[in-house]
Design a protein around this ligand. Structure first.
Ligand SMILES: Nc1ncnc2c1ncn2[C@@H]1O[C@H](COP(=O)(O)OP(=O)(O)OP(=O)(O)O)[C@@H](O)[C@H]1O
Ligand SMILES: [Mg+2]
Length: 412
């Protein structure tokens, strides 16, 4: 009986766990995006969706509980059948004089003794059902293969002039589609490389490859002559520090968030303050009632988006990396502050290799090398003057930023 009921209830338990997950996802999503839900007047629709998910969860929970609930009565019923059998057969035996009453009494006792552990097993089976159902979901995550450490099989280049070298790099996010087909770039120590190009050109992809968030499909990326696949990921990443397009701050004080960037266990107070001043974090933090002890909430809605960016920049400054990567790091900051940060960065970027992705071209005019990307490939390289002289894609982009919208649209 247990063998019959248990697999059925386990299926329901698995379904219950899955639906609980879906329901929780929906709750979290609508909770964190509640302002969007409200602006689009989607409250009713979201509530409806919740009720629907909730009803589904209710159904599978009910079935699962029902099936485990009937397990014990079933086992008791089996025991009672045993009593019944013993009573009938024993009764006939006693009437015929072939069995003594004492033996029947003893058998009834045996049935009870035998059924006791079976009942306990049935009880245990319930617990096991729930455990298995939960384990399945936990192991779905745990069994996920980590990114493999692959070896490039390429010999390191001795005495290379370049800090970073992209050689015929091929890459695509999907299985067959390639975004980059033959990407080449050389970067010398201390150079500031600006990456510009339209939305979706592959600028962030370039950064992802550099830090090995993804591995190349062909070609090679070398760091000081060694293929990055032959450098352990954590070693490689300790050389970079980056400020990403989407800011990430954790729930904690501003001070703790700044400290996070440092490789040292206990960075000195001066170092943190110096980084904060350079990134102009200090200016606005001093105006907060709690100063550096202001606790950032999880969504970071208690400071402005630009202020969040400034904190992430200060954090990267503090890390004092060999290579600094800024992907649209100042996109939410006003132009004046941006220029001030730029100046501060000037000091920081001296003798440091850096990649700066920017849409506002005025911020990258002084870069040693500007790469213009489109559809995953480099279409122009050079410094600002050279590119302006070419009157190509870059010159168009640059001029467009200083033209009126009408003029721009005429060119489209
Ligand atoms: N994780 C991903 N999975 C699949 N495709 C992706 C992924 N990330 C980016 N892409 C695709 O790769 C292309 C390049 O994206 P990328 O993020 O590098 O653009 P970008 O130049 O940084 O653009 P933006 O200026 O908007 O930041 C886009 O067409 C995008 O749809
Ligand atoms: Mg990007």
């Amino acid at each position: 009986m247990i063998g019959y009921v248990a697999p059925k209830s386990q299926k329901q338990f698995a379904r219950q766990q899955k639906r609980l997950g879906t329901l929780n996802d929906q709750v979290e999503e609508t909770y964190s995006g509640h302002t969007i839900v409200k602006t689009y007047n989607r409250e009713e629709a979201e509530i409806e969706k919740f009720v629907e998910q909730s009803a589904k969860l209710n159904e599978s929970s009910w079935k699962a509980q029902f099936l485990t609930g009937i397990m014990m009565p079933l086992v008791s019923f089996a025991r009672d059948l045993g009593y019944f059998g013993v009573a009938i057969v024993g009764g006939i035996g006693v009437a015929n004089g072939t069995v003594s009453l004492g033996n029947v009494q003893a058998f009834i006792q045996y049935v009870n003794q035998f059924s006791q552990p079976v009942r306990q097993l049935a009880n245990l089976a319930n617990t096991i059902q729930v455990t298995i159902a939960s384990c399945e979901r936990v192991f779905e995550v745990l069994d996920e293969e980590p990114m493999k450490e692959t070896e490039s099989g390429l010999a390191p280049k001795e005495n290379t002039d370049y800090k970073i070298e992209f050689e015929n790099v091929e890459f695509g996010y999907g299985e067959d589609e390639l975004l980059m087909t033959d990407f080449n770039l050389t970067v010398k120590e201390g150079e500031m490389i600006a990456v510009v190009g339209p939305t979706g050109a592959g600028k962030s992809t370039l950064i992802n490859l550099l830090e090995r968030f993804y591995d190349v499909k062909g070609g090679s990326i070398r760091y000081e002559g060694i293929d990055t696949r032959d450098i352990e990921r954590d070693k490689l990443r300790s050389k970079f520090s980056m400020v990403l397009q989407d800011t990430w701050l954790f729930n904690g004080t501003i001070w703790e968030n700044l400290k996070y960037g440092s490789h040292e266990e206990n960075p000195s107070e001066e170092d943190i303050l110096e980084a904060a001043e350079a990134a102009h974090v200090d200016d606005f933090v001093r105006r907060l009632p709690d100063g550096y002890d202001t606790v950032l909430n999880e969504e970071g809605t208690n400071i402005s988006q630009g202020q969040r960016q400034l904190i992430t920049i200060a954090r990267a400054f503090l890390a004092d990396p060999e290579v600094l990567i800024l992907d649209e790091a100042t996109s939410s900051v006003d132009t004046r502050t941006e220029i001030l940060i730029q100046r501060a960065m000037g000091k920081l970027l001296e003798n440091r290799t850096s990649f700066v992705v920017a849409h506002r071209l005025s911020t990258i005019r002084d870069a040693d090398k500007i790469i213009v990307m489109n559809h995953g490939d480099v279409i122009e390289t050079g410094n600002h003057e050279e590119l302006m002289e070419q009157e190509g894609f870059y010159a168009d982009l640059y001029n467009a930023q200083f033209q009126s919208t009408d003029e721009q649209l005429q060119g489209v």
